[in-house]
Write a protein that binds this ligand. Structure first.
Ligand code: SF4
Ligand code: SF4
Length: 195
C-alpha cells in the first residue's frame, strides 16, 4: 500500500478485502456449525452495514481526520469484514490510542488529497461532530484514476502507528508546557542563548 496510488496498491487492497472476507465467511460457517445464526458481511459484497463505526465501537482503532479507521498496529492500512450473529459474546469497548490528539496537529491527508475531499475541521453528521471525507469529491477522482489510496499511504500511522501511539499517550502524562519551561526558568516565547 505504501506505493499508492498505483496498480500494486490496488491489488494489495483487493487482496486484503478477499482475505478478510474469507476469514469472515469461515468464522460465520463455524458459528453456524455450533448452532447459532451467523452471516458474513464483507465490505465488497454488501452495503448492509457500515464497518468503520462497528470497528471503532469494538476498539480496533479510532476515526482519523481522513475519515478512515486508524489502528494502532497498521494505521489506516486495514480492510474490514464483519460477522452478524446471535452467538453470545463478550463486548469490547472503544479504544483511546491517541489518534484524536495527533490528527488535531497533523494536516498531511488534507494537504495531499488530490480531490480536496478531506477537511481540516470536523463536521456535524447526524447530530455528531466528526471528521468526514467528502465522498462527492473523493469518488469521482477515485473512479477517474482507477483508485487512489493516497490518504492511506501518507498517514504517518500506517508506517509508525505503535511508536506514535506510545508518544501521544505519554505526552498526556506530562505537565503543561508552561510548567516544564518554568522548571528551567523559561516561559513561552523565551529564547535560549547558548554560551
Ligand atoms: S482516496 Fe484519494 S481522493 Fe479519496 S480522500 Fe483519499 S486521498 Fe482523497
Ligand atoms: S494523515 Fe495526519 S491528519 Fe490525516 S488521518 Fe493521518 S494522522 Fe490524521
Amino acid at each position: 500500500m505504501l506505493s499508492a496510488p498505483g496498480e500494486a496498491a490496488n491489488l494489495a487492497a483487493l487482496q486484503g478485502y478477499l482475505d478478510v472476507g474469507r476469514v469472515a465467511i469461515d468464522m460465520a460457517a463455524h458459528i453456524r456449525h455450533l448452532g447459532w445464526d451467523a452471516k458474513a458481511v464483507t465490505t465488497m459484497a454488501s452495503a448492509e452495514l457500515l464497518h468503520i463505526p462497528l470497528a471503532i465501537k469494538a476498539g480496533l482503532g479510532e476515526l482519523g481526520k481522513s475519515g478512515l479507521l486508524i489502528t494502532r498496529e497498521f494505521g489506516a492500512n486495514v480492510r474490514l469484514a464483519a460477522v452478524l450473529t446471535n452467538l453470545p459474546v463478550t463486548l469490547d469497548s472503544p479504544a483511546d490510542i491517541g489518534i484524536a490528539d495527533f490528527c488535531a496537529l497533523c494536516q498531511l491527508c488534507v494537504k495531499q488529497c488530490p480531490a480536496g475531499a478531506i477537511s481540516l475541521e470536523k463536521q456535524m453528521v447526524r447530530g455528531i461532530q466528526k471528521w468526514v471525507t467528502d465522498i462527492g469529491k473523493c469518488a469521482p477522482y477515485f473512479v477517474e484514476h482507477h483508485a487512489c489510496g493516497i490518504c492511506l499511504e501518507i498517514c504517518p500511522w500506517t508506517e509508525h502507528g505503535p511508536r506514535i501511539s506510545e508518544m501521544m499517550l505519554h505526552r498526556r502524562s506530562l505537565p503543561p508546557i508552561e510548567e516544564r519551561l518554568a522548571v528551567q526558568g523559561l516561559q513561552r516565547g523565551s529564547s535560549v542563548v547558548k554560551p
